[in-house]
Each structure stands twice: as structure tokens, then as C-alpha cells.
Design a protein around this ligand. Structure first.
Ligand code: ADP
Ligand code: MG
Length: 639
């Protein structure tokens, strides 16, 4: 095999330097985090090696003691973080180091608002990892060699972080990676051993690997001492945090560990830490992030729970340890009783994994329930970030659907604004005497839901209605038909059945009116033809002349629109037009003798009802034409 040794200079992916600049500026006040990021990467690399070596001992190259070393060269002004982990090949270095979080970068830039405060929050969310080195260095040299390749396959990567990097093949005896920071003139404080020790103690105590530094000399040692080979000493605790006793772990330690496993720059919102003893022994440490990651809605979004077996890292992004609707949870599961060579396939049908998954789910739901009860404001933050994901829950996790539903928050006619703050339990408490259903409306936007004509009678009677306008809501209500024995009922489907809430007198009045005006209803049906299934007298309306309703078992008009918007087909179902016989417009319509005009008015009534619920007209131009004709007649008559 010939080795490609030529030196090449490559450009960063377009967005990288732009983001880099921003991030570095905003992280400057907290600049020592660069060390946490580099140690974190070194630790990841060591764990990858340990895992690959399970099936290929040779990768250890007679150097099985994994460790991270931090050293300085005061004369050269450099700080080096080196590991004997898995290392990188040439192409790997180009691909991984040349593009920071590439999928998120573009969206990150699109999200920048130019508003400093808002943007700095965004930046906090956006992990720069390796690139944080450029906060304190004006040049970074990385020398690496993939474990198992010969010494001649070393790779030297170098960049000043300004748009390009060079890469060449070099010789490197030991496997793993050295990251050499050429410190900026005014960052020489990071050459001080004590300063470095304190940073490592602060951020990297929980790393399950020893972090070593050279023993400090005190200047007055005799010559003999100075000639001795340098001695390394461990400067962090070096035990996996999750194996330690809960009582001995402080919040800050949990937070630092979270930043490491979740690759997040923010603190976590909450965590649960448990050791399970018995036939299936394992430890879990799970975190809920503060903010939704960029890729929460990507189909291939990666799960954030790592699997360890007896302290050995096995796999990242295991999707079998939690259901999909809890994919935002990050953390670690360390199982005692799984084989070390466990594969993804094996996880698929493993009873122990299933038990762990169920227990994890219960723990997270329990954690959220406690938060909702004891820290409602924090819970509101959680719901704002992750509510839409949780709404996938009832469809996926039938067994827990009632618990998940209990955690949900909605905007309702009782609440103000768009914030989703009301629980189903609170709704049930406010239910009217004789009310046995939970009413909801689905629409495209919060405003379309709140101002829909379908709500008129509910408003008049003071009955609360859930206002659902997230896309996932249609999916939710199709899988959550009941909560605590109360049926969830759409206000825009079927004949309005208010059960005991209906006013008998009013109902009789409507029935009587329907009989009296049967001819009008038939005329309307004839005029609208195929566009409607039926025209009937409405009991839902107070102020509006008409509204559209679908059959009890038909797909809601909103869902049909959502499906069409994402390019899927929806079954064509014809709506029913309900008219308000008390409305002046409808009353006047009855007296319209001109059949052509009647047909126009009927069409306008139908189109209006469609618009009022946020629908789209099939032929907007025709609607406008009819309306103009009408306006003209009116204006002429007024002359
Ligand atoms: P992240 O750690 O979140 O993946 P980073 O920017 O910190 O992002 O690192 C980018 C990638 O570079 C890592 O995923 C890894 O593939 C590679 N990398 C960085 N440091 C090392 C290292 N010391 N050893 C091996 N690979 C590394
Ligand atoms: Mg990293």
C-alpha cells in the first residue's frame, strides 16, 4: 500500500469560519472550557478504542493503559492534550475536524436574529467541541494515528481557524491523538500547571479515565532530582461518575458530566440517577436537557443514551434504551449482565434491555411528574421545548398513554395567549355540571383554532375547549381517545352532541326551525351540489352564518390539509354545511327569488365557512368574482 504523504491545504466547509468567529467571541468569558472539550474528546477516543479492542486485542499495541496527558512547553508557548485512544486516519481527520456539527451549522446561522441576547443563548446551545481550542490558541496542530495502523500512517492537521487547514501524512510512533495549542500572546496563563490542575478538577473529575500531568517541581530540588525521568501523576478522580454514590455527587459535578455525555454547553434541566440490584443489575444516569437540540425533528435523529457494560463503553445513540418520544433524554446506562460483545442486533430482542427500557421510561415520566407538581415553571420550560415530542407518546407507548397525557399541557379557551399551560386534569376540574367529554378543536394556527366559528356555542355556554394547533396534535388525538374515562371529542366533527349540556328548549327550537326552513336547506344543497354532503341547521353557531363539519369518523379537515401540505394524499370527504337559521344573512337568503343570485350567495357562504376555519378555497378567483359582483349590485342600489 502506498501512503499519501503529500501536504494539502483544504478550505473549511463554508459556514465553519463564520460560526467559529461568533462562537469564540461569545464563549470568551468562559474560555477555560476549551480544556473540558479536548479532554472530553480524548476520553471518547479512549472509550472507542477499548470497545474496538474487545474484538481485536492487537489495537492495544502493547500499551493497554488508557490515559490522557496534559502538558505544557513554556518556551514554545504550547499546551498539549494527548491521548492513546483510537486516533484518526487522514480522511477521517478531514471529515470530522473540517466541519463542526455540520448538520446544525447552517440552521444555526439561519436562526441568528442579530439580537445579541437571543443569539448568545443560541450559541450556548451550539457545541463547538474541538473548535473551542481557538478561543485561546491562534494555531492548533493535531497529530494523530489510528490504532492498528503502522507508525508511518500518522496525520498532521494544522490550522489557524481562519478558513483553511493543512493536512499531511507524518510518522507517529504511539497511537492516538496529540492536540497542540499554540497559545495566543495573552492566554499564557494556561501554561501554569496549577491553573490547569484546577480546571481539570473542576470540569473533568468525572471522566472515567485518568488525566495525568507531570509532577510539579519546586525549583529547589537538587540536580539528581532534575535528571530523573519526568513523572506523571493523576490529577482527576478518574472514576465513572455514575458508579459513585448519589449522596456524594454535587449538582455541579452532574452538570459537568452532562456536558460531556450530551455534548451540550448548557446545564441540564434535571436528572435521575439509579442503581438497580437483583437479577438484572444496572445503573442509569439520565438527563433532560434545557433546550431541544437542532436535530430533534430529523428523521435520523440520534438517541442520546450511551450503553456501557461493566464500565466499558459499548455503543452510542442506543435507541433501544428509551422509546422514540423520549429521544431528547441524554445519559448513560451501565449494565452488569450483558455480554461485552453485545451488538445492535442482539439489543433488538433482549429481555434485559426491554426491562431496562421500561424502567427508564417510568423513571423519566416520574421525574417529569414530580417536576410538573413541584416546579411548575421549570416544567413549563420543559413543555415548551419538548411538548411536541411528548405528544407522539400515546401513539407509541400505549401502556403509558394515560401518564403521558397527564403530563401534557394545552392552550385552551380558558387560557390566554398561545402558551400551552393547561393540563387535562385542570380541564376536568373545570368541567361543567353534566359535561362528560373533553372538547377540542384542531386547526392550522393558534389563531385559527381560537377564533373558529365552531367554538361559538361553547363560548356562549362557557364550556372549555382545547385549542390544538401543533401538527402532531392530529396524530395525538387519533391515538388518545380518552383520558380518565372522559372521551375526547372534536367540536368540528359529526352532529353536535352536548349531551346533558344541551339546552332542551333550544334544541327543540332548532328542530322546529329546521322543519320550517327545510326548503331553504334543500335549495342550498342543490345550489352547492357535489361540494357538500349535506346542509343542515346548526346548533353550534351564535354569531357566524355558517360552518363546515365533517362526519364523526371522517378525517378532520385540518388533518387532510396537513397531509396535503406534506405531499400525502388524503381521502376526499365532503363536508356538511351547517347554517345558523337565526342569522340575518341566512334569513334574508330565504327571500332571494333570483336563482342565479341565490347560487352565488350559497357559494360565498360555503367559501366563507372554509376560510373561517383556516381552509383554502378550491377556486379563490371565482370567490372574489362573486363577491365583487355582489358589492357592485349593492353600490348600484345605494345610488
Ligand atoms: P463531538 O465531540 O461533539 O463529536 P468535537 O468537535 O468535539 O465534536 O469533535 C469532532 C470529532 O472529531 C469527534 O466526533 C471525533 O470524531 C473527532 N475527534 C476529536 N478529538 C479527537 C481525539 N482526541 N481522538 C479521536 N478523534 C477525535
Ligand atoms: Mg467533543
Amino acid at each position: 500500500m502506498t501512503v499519501d504523504t503529500h501536504k494539502e491545504t483544504l478550505e473549511f466547509k463554508a459556514e465553519v469560519s463564520q460560526v467559529l468567529d461568533l462562537v469564540i467571541r461569545s464563549l470568551y468569558s468562559n474560555k477555560e472550557i476549551f480544556l473540558r472539550e479536548l479532554v472530553s474528546n480524548a476520553s471518547d477516543a479512549a472509550e472507542k478504542l477499548r470497545f474496538e479492542a474487545l474484538t481485536d486485542d492487537a489495537l492495544f499495541e502493547d500499551d493497554p493503559n488508557l490515559r490522557i496527558r496534559v502538558s505544557v512547553d513554556p518556551e514554545a508557548g504550547t499546551l498539549t492534550v494527548s491521548d492513546n485512544g483510537i486516533g484518526m486516519g487522514r480522511q477521517e481527520a478531514i471529515d470530522t475536524i473540517g466541519s463542526i456539527a455540520s448538520s446544525g451549522t447552517r440552521r444555526f446561522l439561519e436562526n441568528l436574529s442579530g439580537d445579541g441576547a437571543k443569539d448568545s443563548q443560541l450559541i450556548g446551545q451550539f457545541g463547538v467541541g474541538f473548535y473551542s481550542a481557538f478561543i485561546v490558541a491562534d494555531k492548533v496542530t493535531l497529530v494523530t494515528r489510528r490504532a492498528g495502523l503502522g507508525a508511518e500512517h500518522g496525520v498532521r492537521w494544522e490550522s489557524d481557524g481562519r478558513g483553511s487547514f493543512s493536512i499531511e501524512t507524518v510518522a507517529k510512533a504511539g497511537r492516538g491523538t496529540d492536540v497542540i495549542l499554540h497559545l495566543k500572546e495573552d492566554e499564557k496563563e494556561f501554561l501554569d500547571g496549577w491553573r490547569l490542575r484546577s480546571i481539570i478538577g473542576k470540569f473533568s473529575d468525572h471522566i472515567a479515565l485518568p488525566v495525568e500531568m507531570l509532577k510539579e517541581s519546586f525549583g529547589d530540588e537538587d540536580k539528581e532530582e532534575a535528571d530523573k525521568a519526568p513523572e506523571w501523576e493523576q490529577v482527576n478522580r478518574g472514576t465513572a461518575l455514575w458508579m459513585r454514590n448519589k449522596a456524594d455527587i454535587g449538582d455541579q459535578e452532574y452538570a459537568d458530566f452532562y456536558k460531556h455525555v450530551a455534548h451540550d454547553f448548557d446545564e441540564p434541566l434535571a436528572h435521575v440517577h439509579n442503581r438497580v440490584e437483583g437479577t438484572n443489575e444496572y445503573t442509569t444516569l439520565l438527563f433532560i436537557p434545557k433546550r431541544a437540540p437542532w436535530d430533534l425533528w430529523d428523521r435520523e435523529q440520534r438517541h442520546g443514551v450511551k450503553l456501557y457494560v461493566r464500565r466499558v463503553f459499548i455503543m452510542d445513540e442506543v435507541d433501544k434504551l428509551l422509546p422514540h418520544y423520549l429521544r431528547f433524554v441524554k445519559g448513560v446506562v451501565d449494565a452488569d449482565d450483558l455480554p461485552l460483545n453485545v451488538s445492535r442486533e442482539l439489543l433488538q430482542h433482549n429481555r434485559k434491555i426491554d426491562t431496562i427500557r421500561q424502567a427508564n421510561t417510568k423513571r423519566i415520566l416520574g421525574l417529569l411528574e414530580t417536576m410538573a407538581k413541584d416546579e411548575p415553571e421549570k416544567y413549563a420550560d420543559f413543555w415548551r421545548e419538548f411538548g411536541r415530542v411528548m405528544k407522539e407518546g400515546p401513539a407509541e407507548d400505549f401502556a403509558n398513554r394515560e401518564r403521558i397525557a397527564g403530563l401534557m399541557r394545552f392552550s385552551t379557551t380558558h387560557s390566554e395567549g398561545e402558551a400551552q399551560t393547561e393540563s387535562l386534569d385542570a380541564y376536568i376540574e373545570r368541567m361543567k355540571e353534566g359535561q362528560d367529554k373533553i372538547y377540542y378543536i384542531t386547526a392550522d394556527t393558534p389563531a385559527a383554532a381560537r377564533y373558529s366559528p365552531h367554538l361559538e356555542v361553547f363560548r356562549k355556554k362557557g364550556i372549555e375547549v382545547l385549542l390544538l394547533s401543533d401538527r402532531v396534535d392530529e396524530w395525538l388525538v387519533s391515538h388518545l381517545s380518552e383520558y380518565k374515562g372522559k372521551h375526547l371529542q372534536s367540536v368540528a366533527k359529526g352532529k353536535l352532541d352536548l349531551g346533558e349540556l344541551a339546552d332542551k328548549e333550544e334544541q327543540e327550537k332548532t328542530e322546529q326551525a329546521a322543519a320550517e326552513h327545510g326548503e331553504l336547506l334543500e335549495r342550498l344543497k342543490k345550489a352547492l351540489g357535489e361540494r357538500v354532503n349535506e346542509v343542515r341547521a346548526s346548533t353550534r353557531l351564535v354569531d357566524s352564518p355558517a360552518c363546515l363539519v365533517v362526519g364523526e369518523y371522517d378525517m378532520s379537515a385540518n388533518l387532510a390539509r396537513v397531509l396535503k401540505a406534506v405531499g400525502q394524499s388524503a381521502p376526499e370527504s365532503r363536508p356538511t354545511l351547517e347554517v345558523n337559521l337565526d342569522h340575518l344573512l341566512v334569513k334574508r337568503l330565504e327571500g332571494e327569488a333570483d336563482e342565479g343570485r341565490f347560487a352565488d350567495l350559497a357559494s360565498i357562504l360555503f367559501d366563507q365557512a372554509m376560510l373561517a376555519e383556516g381552509g383554502q378555497l378550491e377556486d379563490p378567483a371565482a370567490f372574489v368574482g362573486r363577491l365583487n359582483k355582489l358589492m357592485l349590485t349593492m353600490l348600484m342600489a345605494g345610488r
